[in-house]
Design a protein around this ligand. Structure first.
Ligand code: NDP
Ligand code: HSE
Length: 437
């Protein structure tokens, strides 16, 4: 049988990795897919740029529309990133009756509902395994492997760049900017690394995971999002002293009131496996009512790990080329007319424990004021540590761990603590999750 022709949009980190994996593993891939898969044409911005892959036999162009309009192409792989152009190209590919594979989490999180509707209408597939957690087959695991479960919650280290930065700050005592530059050089970071360190990339991925876990439409705008810029090395050190690791975590949970969707730095007890996921590695802990907790671990970014997921999608699409569109796995795991409108909880209603770091004057009565403010709001303290003052400073760091409380109450308490004359800087707040049950 003739090989399937793929049109590739983008020959950068992931595009180059995809060409390499398809070429190197051609024999195994053909045995699995039942047909060969070859990149027949590809688009990039600058054709003179040196590539990390062999482009011999691939027709190259600077015009991405020439790829999606090529009559020989059966599957379009979108790896240029960004949102607007990628959306236009994919909609055009779908209108042309082409199947699509993409690694673009921003696009799926923001426009997936529209793209999937267009794809259903045209009877084609839009596959996006590489959009979440790079090489970890988490979409397939949740969408298919856990299909018998009611998913209770999931928690994931889903941004490799943030995990790389936090790990290097902890293990090597290095500064944030320097480590981020490394992550960029290694091809982990987004074109604009603010997407990584401000939590937006993880929020895109959590949007997608929550939809396939809970059967709700993609709702990126409803997430609570925080990045890691405000995490100081001292927080990393103090957390360790208390028996915790700080991880940038995406967290989604069903409650009787609605669904929690939040992305923020989180203290996790270091005895949990997920607390020991370091560097660029990703991991997602998924709790199903039947299976219990399950953990998925692997490289969350980089050329070939991400290409691994892109090529797996290509194999799935090739296998499905001849199958009836009505009988394919639904994009968001649940049948489109069975998606639920469960409310997403506002952050003020979310309940969690907290790590607080205050800078306070070292004088009598200060800690009593702080504990009074917390006590008046029913916030119990789990641990409190006053650190040594830094030489030349007359204020000292005070670290508190609290029990679980609603975010709204904690916001109120923090406002009052910050108004105390003896508190000299804004309070640093990091949420704490046990991830045990
Ligand atoms: P890169 O920036 O490395 O590559 C982008 C490619 O797209 C380049 O080859 C670029 O051309 C090409 N391109 C950009 N704009 C155009 C255009 N207008 N016309 C033609 N070609 C264009 O990005 P990545 O490979 O890192 O990321 C690609 C996608 O994969 C993104 O959506 C990203 O979020 C996602 N992703 C990335 C991961 C990673 O580890 N890097 C992991 C998981 C997902 P040129 O080379 O000439 O500039
Ligand atoms: N910039 C992303 C990360 C790439 O660091 O996780 C993988 O999606």
């Amino acid at each position: 049988m003739k090989p399937v022709n793929v049109g590739l949009l983008g020959l950068g980190t992931v595009g180059g990795g995809t060409v390499n994996v398809l070429q190197r593993n051609a024999h195994e891939i053909t045995r699995r897919a039942g047909r060969g898969i070859r990149v027949s044409c590809a688009a990039a911005r600058d054709l003179n740029r040196p590539r990390h892959c062999n482009t011999e036999g691939i027709r190259l162009s600077v015009d991405p529309y020439s790829v999606v309009d090529d009559p020989e192409v059966q599957i379009v792989v979108e790896l240029i990133g960004g949102v607007e152009l990628a959306r236009e190209l994919i909609l055009r590919a779908i209108a042309n009756g082409r199947h699509v594979v993409t690694a673009n989490k921003a696009l799926i999180a923001l426009h997936g509902n529209e793209l999937f509707a267009a794809a259903r209408e045209r009877g084609v597939m839009v596959a996006f395994e590489a959009a979440v957690a790079g090489g970890i087959p988490i979409i397939k695991a949740v969408r298919e492997g856990l299909a018998g479960n009611r998913i209770e919650w999931l928690a994931g280290i889903i941004n490799g760049t943030c995990n790389y930065v936090l790990t290097a700050m902890r293990d090597e005592g290095r500064e944030f900017d320097e480590v981020l530059a490394d992550a960029q050089r290694l091809g982990y970071a987004e074109a604009d690394p603010a997407f990584d360190v401000d939590g937006i990339d993880a929020a895109h991925k959590l949007t997608i995971l929550a939809s396939i876990a809970f059967g709700i439409p993609l709702q990126f705008e409803r997430l609570h999002v925080e990045g890691i810029r405000h995490i100081a090395r001292t927080d990393v050190v103090y957390a360790e002293e208390l028996g915790y690791r700080i991880k940038h975590l995406g967290f989604a949970r069903t409650t009787t009131q609605g669904i929690e969707l939040r992305v923020h730095p989180t203290l996790i007890p270091y005895r949990r496996l997920i607390a020991n996921v370091d560097g660029v590695m990703n991991a997602i802990l998924v709790k199903g009512d039947a299976v219990g907790p399950t953990l998925y671990y692997g490289a969350g970014a980089g050329a070939e790990p991400t290409a691994s997921a892109v090529v797996a999608d290509l194999v799935d699409v090739v296998r499905a080329l001849t199958s009836d569109p009505e009988n394919r796995v639904p994009h968001l795991a649940f049948q489109p007319d069975a998606l639920a409108d469960t409310p997403i909880l506002p952050m003020e209603a979310v309940e969690t424990a907290y790590y607080l770091r205050l800078q306070a004057l070292d004088r009598p009565g200060v800690l009593a004021d702080v504990t009074r403010i917390l006590g008046e709001r029913g916030i119990s303290i789990e641990a409190m540590v006053q650190k040594e003052p830094v030489e030349g400073q007359d204020d000292v760091p005070v670290i508190l761990l609290t029990q679980r409380v609603r975010e709204g109450q904690m916001n109120d308490a923090i406002q009052h603590i910050e108004r105390l004359d003896s508190v000299t800087a804004p309070v640093t707040r990091i949420r704490v999750e046990g991830l045990g049950r």
